[in-house]
Design a protein around this ligand. Structure first.
Ligand SMILES: [Zn+2]
Length: 562
């Protein structure tokens, strides 16, 4: 009886999730199905609590508890059900676990409390006469797991919403393990595309900013903040492609694909089996440099591994530099690479403006106010979302002002610094962001800025510009203004390196100078798997919110965007 009560308490922590699911189903046949499934799973959980062998019983108890913490913390933090897609993304982005733990302590504590009751409820030694036969108890958890995993498999990972977190976490894990085991592990190929006689091309640079909303830059909207790109110094051209579509609306997929050239039709295969951009650069005679302003201590991110690392000659991180100064350090490292006598290929993961943004700019760069309170998360690189965003429109207004200050600093001052000191002649620099941002300008509720389950245009709307000294990209930029995408960057880089353009096009699609129209869409289901298809969302200026000028009340605070 004690065990049953403990289990009921453990499950009761999830009542709000259950209520949310019931509300979406309404009085329908689906509600009946959901209710039966829930009861079935609860019964299997209860059955597992009466397994006779202590080691087996405690083993299941531990698994249930861990799964409940994993799913519960995530859902508590983002305020929405965790999809299988999000689960897979989280597994791949495990490098952020430390930061997440620091930021989501409340959500983690809550789900840990629930898990504690489940742990004891299942694990404790049953007293008195067993209510069910031993064999039934043994089979109960296996049956529950098989039932839910099969259901999720058939539904392409959908359907876990509102079911016990302990089961959902286990079933997601089982699915992920199944996928990992059944995926053909094709070896990564080496470079096979022919490389022509080297042109006059100097250094080639891809700057991947972090969480920069295209429309918050002055090159894309008069209400945007200073980007440093609006009036470049004499001799330097900034060819602006306007608002472009990202690969997807999460860091992992965008970065992985930017480095491997996955196309809309074949990104799974290409990302898994084709050479990285570093391999192509090396083969073409460039020294390769990777500047990562986000991670430290040699940690990889966004799907990089040892074999990709071996193609990188200079692996640069800034563990000794404060978070707020990392992009300036990145600018200095880039200036050094541009200034040496070598032909370099440089890829930069900027620090940019991922949340938390309250402390990602120095006091001297506080232009827009009022802002979020400062000095609470200065050491945190990024997390899935700031804890202080639950209170709606006013919080988001403060957030947008902090965001503006951060962008003006990490983008504006970055390019100021670059233009003041870098040797740019002959270089080709492509600038973009990994994904856009939903900054809740319409006053909508919600706690996420990107990676949301059903994103609007904003989350995939990124800046895209080419910086060089020839001006030869201006026509292409005008032609494809507000109508291009990340998908065209990889072929552009390969062409610049001297690879056969026809072969590049066959394998990787059109480059940024193509006369053909790009769909200008991003993928909102990057981890499309188990038979599901990507979901494409169009990035259209008319659908992307303008930065609201009313956020910072210029008269009262005596400021205006510069
Ligand atoms: Zn990102």
């Amino acid at each position: 009886m004690t065990k049953t009560i403990l289990l009921v308490i453990g499950l009761a922590f999830e009542l709000p999730d259950i209520a949310a699911r019931v509300a979406t189903l309404g009085l329908s046949f689906s509600l009946l199905l959901y209710a039966s499934l829930y009861c079935g799973l609860a019964a299997c959980l209860w059955g597992a609590a009466f397994i006779r062998r202590p080691i087996l019983r405690w083993g299941w108890a531990l698994l249930f508890a861990l799964a409940a913490i994993l799913i519960g913390s995530f859902q508590g933090a983002i305020g929405d059900a965790m999809s299988y897609d999000a689960f897979v993304t989280m597994i791949y982005s495990a490098g952020f676990a430390d930061d997440a733990a620091a930021q989501y302590s409340a959500a983690i504590a809550w789900s840990s409390a629930a898990a504690f009751f489940l742990l004891l409820g299942v694990g404790l030694k049953p007293r008195g006469r067993a209510p069910i036969p031993g064999i039934v108890a043994m089979l109960a958890p296996v049956l529950g797991l098989a039932m839910l995993t099969l259901l999720l498999f058939v539904r392409g990972g959908e359907g876990g919403r509102g079911l016990p977190n302990a089961w959902v976490g286990m079933a997601y894990s089982a699915l992920a393990a199944f996928e990992a085991a059944t995926q053909p592990s094709a070896a990564r190929q080496s470079v096979t595309i022919a490389h022509g006689p080297s042109k006059q091309q100097g250094d080639i640079v891809l700057i991947i900013d972090e969480s920069i909303a295209g429309r918050y830059l002055d090159i894309n909207d008069p209400a945007g903040v200073r980007s440093g790109l609006l009036s470049p110094p004499t001799g330097v051209t900034v060819s602006n492609f306007g608002l472009a579509a990202s690969i997807t609306h999460c860091s992992f997929g965008s970065n992985l694909t930017l480095r491997h050239g996955g196309t809309r039709d074949a990104y799974h295969r290409i990302n898994a089996t084709m050479p990285s951009i570093f391999a192509y650069a090396k083969q073409a005679g460039f020294a390769t440099t990777y500047i990562d302003a986000q991670r430290t201590g040699g940690a990889y991110q966004n799907g990089m591994d040892d074999s990709e690392r071996r193609q990188i000659d200079h692996f640069v991180q800034f563990g000794d530099t404060a978070v707020v100064d990392r992009d300036m350090a990145a600018a200095d490292a880039l200036i050094a690479a541009l200034g040496n006598e070598r032909r370099d290929f440089v890829l930069i993961n900027k620090m940019g403006a991922h949340f938390p943004v309250a402390d990602k700019y120095p006091d001297s760069a506080r232009i827009f106010a009022p802002t979020l309170p400062r000095n609470e998360a200065a050491a945190v690189t990024e997390t899935q979302l700031p804890e202080n965003l639950y209170s709606g429109a006013e919080s988001w207004r403060l957030y947008r002002n902090s965001y503006r200050n951060t962008v003006a600093w990490t983008v504006g001052d970055f390019f100021d610094r670059l233009f003041a000191r870098a040797r740019l002649d002959g270089a080709l620099i492509i600038y973009t962001s990994d994904h856009g941002q939903n900054l809740h300008e319409r006053g909508d509720a919600g706690t996420t800025t990107h990676c949301s389950p059903s994103p609007a245009s904003e989350e995939g709307s990124v800046p895209l510009a080419i910086i060089d000294t020839s001006g030869r990209w201006d026509d292409a930029a005008r032609r494809s203004f507000d109508a291009s995408s990340h998908y065209r960057i990889f072929p552009t880089l390969l062409n610049a390196m001297g690879y056969d353009p026809a072969a590049v096009r066959r394998q990787y699609g059109e480059a940024l100078d193509s006369p053909l129209a790009d769909p200008a869409t991003f993928n909102s289901l990057f981890n499309a798997r188990l038979g599901r298809k990507p979901i494409w969302i169009e990035v259209k200026r008319s659908k992307v919110s303008r930065p609201p000028a009313s956020d910072y009340a210029p008269r009262k605070y005596g400021i205006a965007p510069r």
